[in-house]
Design a protein around this ligand. Structure first.
Ligand SMILES: C[S@@+](CC[C@H](N)C(=O)[O-])C[C@H]1O[C@@H](n2cnc3c(N)ncnc32)[C@H](O)[C@@H]1O
Length: 174
């Protein structure tokens, strides 16, 4: 059964089996603070994190290799060398893409059944996810906002969607 706080051990925290655990993708993040925040979120959920950052040398973690930090598996990739197709190298083919968009034309998260194997993309703080990032079968999803601001913080948006995925997939927990 699920054990809260298991991630404080040195071992990688994996509440979900490896083959179904969500993958979180930060697309063209601008700030190390948000990269750190997504890393901490991934550690709490036990998902893999793929971060596309402007310059990984400036970011909080200075390696592009898979590392285990605070119980999270992550990769960091410089975006300047990368086209959207390059992202596919990092995601198993059975996974379905969900893009979190601020555009209200996309599907409302509250009415959405999220895929079992979810590759969740969040976008750049300034420009979001560009239109050309559009993979086969991708779902574009927005989180309804009740206040007078245009968007949420990127890691807050990721957390809302990941915990909604967990709520829908509790049966998959070890
Ligand atoms: C600060 S927002 C980007 C703002 C950007 N001007 C835009 O309109 O996309 C950074 C990222 O957080 C996520 N995000 C923020 N608010 C969201 C919402 N209400 N619904 C879905 N995703 C959201 C999206 O992935 C977005 O690309």
């Amino acid at each position: 059964m699920y054990q809260a706080n298991k991630f404080f051990s040195d071992k990688l925290y994996r509440p979900f089996p490896e083959e179904v655990a969500p993958i979180l993708i930060g697309w063209h993040l601008q700030t190390p603070q948000n990269a750190g925040s997504l890393l901490r979120l991934a550690a709490n959920v036990g998902c893999r994190l793929v971060l596309f950052v402007k310059n990984k040398e400036e970011a909080v973690f200075k390696t592009a290799k898979m590392k285990y930090v605070a119980g999270v598996a992550y990769e960091m990739v410089n975006w300047s060398f990368c086209r959207s197709e390059d992202l596919l190298q990092h995601i198993p083919p059975q996974y379905s893409f969900v893009a979190l968009e601020t555009a209200p034309g996309s599907t409302n998260l509250l009415n959405t059944q999220l895929p079992d194997k979810m590759a969740l993309m969040v976008g750049s703080e300034r420009s979001g996810i560009p239109d050309e990032v559009n993979f086969h079968g991708q779902m574009d999803v927005h989180i309804p906002m009740l206040g007078p601001v245009k968007s949420m913080n990127v890691s807050h948006a990721a957390a809302v969607c990941l915990f909604e995925w967990m709520r829908q997939h509790l049966h998959l927990i070890h």
